[in-house]
Design a protein around this ligand. Structure first.
Ligand SMILES: Nc1nc2c(c(=O)[nH]1)N(C=O)[C@@H](CNc1ccc(C(=O)N[C@@H](CCC(=O)O)C(=O)O)cc1)CN2
Ligand SMILES: Nc1ncnc2c1ncn2[C@@H]1O[C@H](COP(=O)(O)OP(=O)(O)OP(=O)(O)O)[C@@H](O)[C@H]1O
Length: 209
């Protein structure tokens, strides 16, 4: 892929395969943060259209999404679509007792929210609103960068990798990464604990692994 692409933020050089994870993360975080509000709105709308065409999404009842942070592809229009289609939406919440893990809590239009330690709003943890991860049909993850092998680079907390380990290669949930097109890397380093994605959706592309 070319070093500089149209619309690419030119302040940082595209990392080579020898770049450290820290440099790679910095580059792709900056790329997604450099998108304009108009580009973000357009991408979020395109994502809804793209998801609606996916048979797996059409038949899903329980769907985990996230609230956008740090320039991530914004799933809010998709969340609204899920509500209208009577799908149950769940959000990741930092586990109240097990550091480094996530739980998934039901999210509706009236849910009371509180910010976690990263400033991301989360529903309050109430036992009856929790969904065991193996009962989710689709778990959409945010990411910082992806490659076409399904490798995912996240924010560096290891939250998704730890939480997804017990359901890796189980029938449910299907793991789908959501990203802007500018978050595609040629190749990402793989760590022993990384849980690969089964599919990646961008506003314009679909990668099935
Ligand atoms: N939208 C969204 N929600 C999510 C995640 C995510 O990546 N995106 N997570 C995915 O795991 C979990 C939260 N993990 C996060 C890890 C780091 C930072 C972050 O902003 N780190 C700052 C340093 C903040 C600090 O140290 O206090 C930074 O790196 O600049 C945010 C979320 C659960 N919820
Ligand atoms: N299954 C696991 N068990 C124990 N530690 C883990 C596990 N998965 C990840 N970690 C630890 O978490 C740290 C961060 O991992 P990594 O850089 O892959 O996070 P990430 O995928 O970028 O973050 P996130 O999933 O929060 O977006 C690593 O240093 C690793 O030691």
């Amino acid at each position: 892929m070319a070093d500089l692409l149209p619309g690419m933020n030119t302040q940082l050089r595209r990392p080579t395969s020898k770049a450290s994870i820290v440099e790679t993360r910095r580059f792709y975080r900056q790329q997604r943060r450099a998108l304009s509000p108009e580009q973000q709105v357009k991408a979020a709308r395109q994502l809804v259209k793209h998801c609606q065409q996916q048979p797996q999404f059409q038949s899903a009842h329980k769907v985990a999404l996230y609230l956008a942070n740090d320039g991530e592809l914004d799933p809010h229009p998709l969340i609204e679509h899920c509500w209208q289609a009577n799908k149950d939406v769940y959000l990741p919440v930092l586990h109240p007792f097990c550091a480094g893990y996530l739980v998934f809590v039901h999210y509706g239009p009236e849910t009371l929210m509180q910010a976690n330690r990263f400033g991301i709003p989360e529903p309050k943890v109430e036992c009856h609103r929790l969904c065991p991860i193996e009962q989710l049909d689709i778990l959409f993850t945010p990411l910082v960068a992806f490659d076409t092998k399904g490798n995912r680079l996240g924010m560096g907390g290891g939250f998704y990798d730890r939480t997804l380990k017990p359901v890796y290669q189980r029938p449910k949930p299907t793991l789908i990464g959501l990203a802007h097109d500018c978050q595609q890397a040629d190749s990402l380093p793989v760590q022993p604990w990384d849980i690969p994605l089964q599919k990646i959706l961008t506003p314009t592309q679909e990668f099935n692994l």
